[in-house]
Structure formats: structure tokens, C-alpha cells
Design a protein around this ligand. Structure first.
Ligand code: UGA
Length: 335
């Protein structure tokens, strides 16, 4: 199997590449702007990496789509702070650049495994979210946060339509708050990371943790190792069971409020040597979403995946509880 991973150096791409090189005999062709996460992959005889930009290196991308059996286009801005700061960059990269890739897959009849997102369900009040029946509910235009959800939703619809009209082989997967090693750089100061790495960064720098909107909102978190297990099952596609399907990939049992997550993380860091007094050194404060991220921000209050499709068709289910997953992630960053 020849697998093309665009964005091979990102959080998902790097974790997937290192797992596959250890456990499968596939050739991986990868492109990314950065290779900082790929120390354990670079130099491997089956890892063919090119540093580049999918927007500029279009010829390389097209040639490799032609050459590979399956394509995982993971390049995207997937960070809410940036949806609000630079919505057009999200549209250009997440939608436009990826549309080109989808079209090449149609032309060369290549299987595409596309990262949709839990964000497509937006503010739908259902719980859990069902891939087949839940409505996709977003806010008004001035709430720029939704440009990510809309960009991904539109590509979901385009891929589905190419599947029906032209027989494009596809699978859509929807990550629900995946986290773990290599998510974001926790050593950088700033307030633009996804919540687990943001809170860890705040704790390590002994800065206040900010609960945006008060912290009662909830997410279901999934450890990256479980996520990679699901992705591998999708790529392997036993009996064609992933073909034409959409999979929520998350853990409905690992739900926590954002305030609860902050408490849990402080407790876990406090167990590591040198951090025994961390609870008294980090304050928990609150801020209004529009003040913290900007006027275009709007939040999701609850987001639970229904995972019956993944259980039935992939034989997958999550195995790492939230506490354990946080412990392993924190240990990775402190090592
Ligand atoms: C995320 C991102 O859009 C994507 O990474 C992804 O596609 C998707 O959801 C997913 O992984 O399911 P969200 O869950 O809102 O969206 O992302 P975070 O930035 O991790 O925020 C989670 C919650 O924590 C939000 O309610 C946010 O307001 C809150 N938060 C975040 C804080 O209270 N304080 C912070 O410092 C950061």
C-alpha cells in the first residue's frame, strides 16, 4: 500500500506515520511545512518526506495522488482562535486547497479519507450527534468561528456528491476533541492553542487558566492512540466497510466540562516532581468568549458523538479513559 499523507508533520499525521512505520509495511509519502514532529520517522526507508506547501507545490501533490493508493489530506487550520483571527486563511486552506485535492482524487480514481470535524454539528442541541440524521447548525455570518465548520461541511457534501456521481471512493471521519502528544507546542506562550495544550501551557508557565464563558461547556475528549486505531481501521477498510461512510471518532464516555478539565489537569501535573505546589501557583479565572477570542467567537455547549457506526463497521471502540490519557500526555510533554 502506498499512502499519501498531506500534513504528515501535524498532530494527526505525525502520530499516524510513526505508528504505521512500526506496525505496517506500507510506504508513506508525506508533505508538510514542518518536520519537527517527525524525528522518529525521518530517515526510515519507507517514509518518503518532502518539506513543502500544498498551495505552492501543486505539481508534487498531483503526481503523488496519481502514484498512491489512498490519500489523507490532513492539511488544515483547526484552531478556533484562528477561525476568528483569519477566517479567509481558513477558507483558502481548509476549503480551496483541499478542493483541488478532492478533484485530483476524482480524476485519478483514488480513495480519499477526509477529515471532516465534530464542528460540522455546530450548535445542534441533540446529544449524541448522529452522522446520518443530526442537523448541522451554525451561527450568523458575523460569528466568523463557523467558517471552519462551513468549509469542512461543504467539502463533506462535495465529496459525497462526487462519490455518487463519479464513483469517488471515500470515507469521512469526524474527530471529536482528539488530544495527546504533539498536539500543540505547550512551551510557547500565547492563547491560541486547543484547550488541553492551552491549559497545560498555562500550568507549566504558572499563568492563569482562563475558562472562556465560565467553563460549564462540555467536550468529549479522545486520546490520540485510540484515534489512530480508528484511522488505521478506516484505511485498511476490511470488506469495504468504510466505503462511502461517515464516522464520528470520539469517546462519549470521556465527557468533561472545561472547568472540570482544568481541575483534573492541575491535579495531574501536581503529581510530577517539581510541581507539588502547582495548585497554589495557578489561578483559574473566567472571560467572555468575545473578549478572549474576538467578536466573531461563539461556543458549543455540549458535543457528544454517537459512535455506533465505528463500532459496527470498524469494530472500533475507545479504550483509554480521560484521566489516563491526560496523564500520558502530560508525561510526554514533561519528559
Ligand atoms: C475544536 C477545534 O475546532 C478543532 O480542533 C476540532 O476540529 C474540533 O473542535 C474537535 O477536535 O472536535 P473546540 O472544541 O471548541 O473546537 O476547541 P478548543 O479550542 O479545544 O476549545 C474547547 C473549549 O475550551 C471551548 O469551549 C473553549 O472556549 C474552551 N477554552 C479554550 C477555554 O475555556 N480556555 C482556553 O484557554 C481555551
Amino acid at each position: 500500500m502506498k499512502l499519501l499523507i498531506l500534513g504528515a508533520g501535524g498532530f494527526i499525521g505525525s502520530n499516524l506515520s510513526s505508528w504505521l512505520l512500526k506496525h505496517r509495511d506500507w510506504d508513506i509519502y508525506g508533505m508538510d511545512l514542518n518536520s519537527g514532529n517527525l524525528a522518529d520517522c525521518l530517515g526510515h526507508p519507507r517514509f518518503h518526506f518532502t518539506q513543502g506547501n500544498i498551495i505552492i507545490d501543486k505539481k508534487w501533490v498531483e503526481e503523488h495522488i496519481k502514484k498512491c493508493d489512498a490519500v489523507l489530506p490532513l492539511v488544515a487550520i483547526a484552531n478556533p482562535a484562528l477561525y476568528v483571527q483569519n477566517p479567509l486563511a481558513v477558507f483558502e486552506l481548509d476549503f480551496e486547497a483541499n478542493l483541488d485535492i478532492v478533484r485530483h482524487c476524482v480524476t485519478y480514481k483514488k480513495r480519499i479519507i477526509f477529515p471532516s470535524t465534530s464542528e460540522v454539528y455546530g450548535m445542534n442541541p441533540d446529544s449524541p450527534y448522529d452522522e446520518e440524521t443530526s442537523n448541522l447548525v451554525v451561527g450568523p455570518i458575523k460569528k466568523e468561528r463557523w467558517i471552519y465548520s462551513c468549509s469542512k461541511q461543504m467539502l463533506d457534501r462535495v465529496i459525497y456528491a462526487y462519490g455518487k456521481r463519479d464513483g469517488l471512493p471515500f470515507t469521512l471521519f469526524r474527530p471529536f476533541n482528539w488530544f495527546g502528544p504533539r498536539l500543540d507546542n505547550v512551551w510557547e506562550e500565547g492563547k491560541a492553542s486547543r484547550v488541553v495544550s492551552q491549559f497545560l501551557s498555562n500550568i507549566l508557565h504558572k499563568r492563569d487558566i482562563v475558562l472562556v464563558g465560565g467553563g460549564a461547556q462540555k467536550r468529549c475528549f479522545l486520546y490520540i492512540d485510540d484515534a489512530i486505531d480508528a484511522l488505521v481501521r478506516i484505511i485498511e477498510n476490511k470488506n469495504g466497510n468504510a466505503d462511502g461512510r461517515i464516522f464520528n471518532i470520539g469517546d462519549p464516555k470521556s465527557e468533561a466540562s472545561i472547568a472540570g478539565l482544568a481541575e483534573m489537569m492541575i491535579d495531574i501535573v501536581g503529581v510530577f516532581p517539581g510541581f507539588e505546589n502547582i495548585r497554589s501557583q495557578v489561578k483559574i479565572t473566567t472571560a467572555i468568549g468575545e473578549e478572549h477570542y474576538g467578536a466573531g467567537y461563539q461556543d458549543v455547549q455540549k458535543r457528544v458523538p454517537k459512535i455506533d457506526n465505528a463500532i459496527q463497521y470498524l469494530g472500533w471502540k475507545p479504550t483509554t479513559g480521560l484521566q489516563d490519557a491526560l496523564r500520558q500526555t502530560i508525561a510526554y510533554y514533561l519528559a
